[in-house]
Ligand binder design. Structure first.
Ligand SMILES: Cc1cc2nc3c(=O)[nH]c(=O)nc-3n(C[C@H](O)[C@H](O)[C@H](O)COP(=O)(O)OP(=O)(O)OC[C@H]3O[C@@H](n4cnc5c(N)ncnc54)[C@H](O)[C@@H]3O)c2cc1C
Length: 307
């Protein structure tokens, strides 16, 4: 039986694994691969201490950091998916997609999330060629351009607010007749003269040549198709947390994010922690996920020592 099983190899799981090794906690680290969501980025500019790093290099550095400290204390199981977590005698059992089951006194879930993707024609073709999913990551690349935000929830309006610092204009599209964002947020963002928000505007196509040049959308009140030129399309239509493996085990919110205590990353079940984008935290960044992983590990260490 391990002391700890960490699931996931994004910034949250990697940070936790490095701390587990250094604290000499007998750990099994299961991950499909290292890197996490920003592995597709060509240039990550806000990983603290590193002005520029590609997602691919970030992933390599994560694996290298864990491997260098793993010693005989962290056992790595890569290329594997954890499929289920269950209670077991003195702890928990984690099943993997190769048919194995592993037991540990504690579990840390850092399985992250996938962004809900646009499914209209052109969205796939121009992904990372102007269709992007993270304003604080990619916003500066669109300085001086006309930009579009898809989605009128809080994430959409917060994205618009961030873009207004660099972009020439921001046009936000909401597919029905009401914004889901808090009224106060909507009001303050709409005060900016470079901001426009359209209701009943449903994107139907992403346009482009080598890069995005704009979109087509339908005015759903009359079916009219209109064109909007833009260099960047920021998609904020929700996240899909990778939490199926813990369903029915730990408490989750209405969109299946694991509820945690932000002070220590504890879930509703003593002995199970969660960190990063699979949780109900507010902000989604590599540095934040790594910090959450560290916080969880500090708390797991105390738990194991005082158990
Ligand atoms: C396109 C894009 C670009 C981004 N760019 C930036 C940026 O420039 N700067 C920034 O700070 N943030 C950026 N972000 C946000 C940032 O990537 C996330 O906030 C961060 O990756 C969350 O880390 P995490 O460890 O919680 O989860 P994730 O990064 O989602 O990692 C989850 C890990 O768990 C593994 N996994 C999932 N399910 C299982 C399972 N069942 N079994 C085993 N392993 C599993 C995955 O393989 C992965 O290794 C970007 C996000 C996107 C989508």
């Amino acid at each position: 039986m391990f002391d700890l099983i960490i699931i996931g190899g994004g910034p949250a799981g990697t940070a936790a694994s490095v701390y587990a090794a250094r604290k000499r906690i007998n750990t099994l680290h299961i991950t499909r691969e290292f890197g996490g969501q920003s592995v597709v980025s060509l240039d990550i500019q806000n990983w603290i201490g590193t002005p520029h790093i590609s997602g691919a290099d970030l992933a390599k550095s994560f694996e290298q950091h864990v491997t260098e400290y793993a010693d005989d204390i962290v056992t790595l199981k890569t290329g594997a998916l954890a499929t289920n977590i269950a209670h077991a005698e003195n702890g928990f059992s984690v099943s993997t997609d190769d048919g194995e089951a592993h037991t540990a006194k504690t579990v840390l879930i850092t399985t992250g999330a996938d962004r809900r993707k646009l499914t209209v024609p052109g969205a796939d073709t121009f992904e990372h060629k102007g269709v992007v999913y993270c304003a604080s990551c990619d916003g500066p690349l669109f300085a001086g351009m006309d930009t579009i935000v898809i989605g009128g929830g809080n994430a959409g309006f917060e994205t618009a607010a961030q873009l207004l610092a660099y972009a020439k204009s921001v046009t936000l599209l909401q597919h029905n007749d009401s914004f889901k964002a808090d009224a106060i947020t909507v009001e303050s963002v709409l005060k900016d003269p470079n901001m426009t928000a359209l209701k009943n505007a449903k994107i139907t196509k992403v346009l482009g040549v080598a890069m995005v040049t704009g979109i087509e959308y339908e005015d759903v009140t009359n079916g009219e198709i209109k064109t909007l030129p833009a260099g960047g399309v920021f998609v904020e239509i929700g996240m899909l947390p990778n939490t199926a493996l813990a369903e029915g085990v730990v408490e989750m919110d209405e969109i299946k994010r694991i509820k945690v205590d932000a002070k220590n990353q504890r879930t509703s079940v003593p002995g199970i922690w969660a960190a990063g984008d699979c949780t109900d935290e507010l902000y989604h960044q590599n540095n934040i996920a790594a910090g959450d992983g560290v916080k969880a590990l500090e708390d797991i260490y105390v738990y194991l020592k005082t158990r």
